[in-house]
Design a protein around this ligand. Structure first.
Ligand code: IMP
Ligand code: MG
Length: 175
């Protein structure tokens, strides 16, 4: 079986939206330092672009968790692959996600990070598939709501491929 990638959201549209969200965050966090937490690997491209557009002081850290194997269905359990390097105690944290699907990963992540006494926890996601939500999670900043289709690009992968596409595309499977 082979795949074809169809453009869903163009590079220009993604860039424009990230700029808008960056401005919004800068306004909401005026007078504060924003501590961005990137959920690797998917959130990396988005977080770098977002950070460049935030005008209040920014610090960053990275963590890797997994809830997916090599397929396209969530297993529902969270595995810590790489923890944060620094403490988040007293910090205004924003979790930066590539996509929220069932919401399970984010829900578990918020639960974990809350135990470390940050001053606040916000959530910013590039994509959201609201139709797929299983666990109710509060998302503060969403760039795009998308339909229930498997997407790649801008950090998102299918079996570790396509993360480097500069746009967001839908994977179409063909025989
Ligand atoms: P959740 O726990 O079901 O919300 O899954 C979130 C994670 O699943 C994301 O951080 C992605 O790594 C992965 N994921 C969900 N949907 C997609 C998709 O359409 N393309 C690529 N990865 C996805
Ligand atoms: Mg992810």
């Amino acid at each position: 079986m082979s795949e074809k990638i169809k453009v869903l959201i163009s590079e220009e549209d993604v860039d424009r939206k990230i700029e808008e969200i960056g401005k919004k965050i800068s306004k909401d966090y005026e007078g504060k330092t924003v501590h961005l937490i990137c959920v690797l690997k998917g959130g990396a491209f988005f977080m770098c672009e977002l950070a460049k557009r935030i005008t209040v002081p920014v610090s960053m850290d990275f963590m890797a968790v997994s809830s997916y194997g090599s397929g396209t269905v969530s297993s529902g359990s969270l595995k810590m692959i790489k923890d944060l390097d620094e403490s988040i105690e007293g910090k205004d944290v924003i979790i930066v996600e590539d996509i929220i699907d069932s919401g399970r990963t984010l829900d578990k992540l918020i639960e974990l990070l809350s135990t470390r006494n940050p001053k606040s926890i916000g959530v910013c996601t590039l994509l959201d598939k609201p139709d797929r939500r299983v666990v109710d999670v509060k998302v503060d900043y969403t760039c795009f709501n998308i339909p229930d289709e498997f997407v790649v690009g801008y950090g998102l992968d299918y079996d570790q491929r396509y993360r480097n596409l500069p746009f967001i595309g839908v994977v179409e499977f063909e025989d």
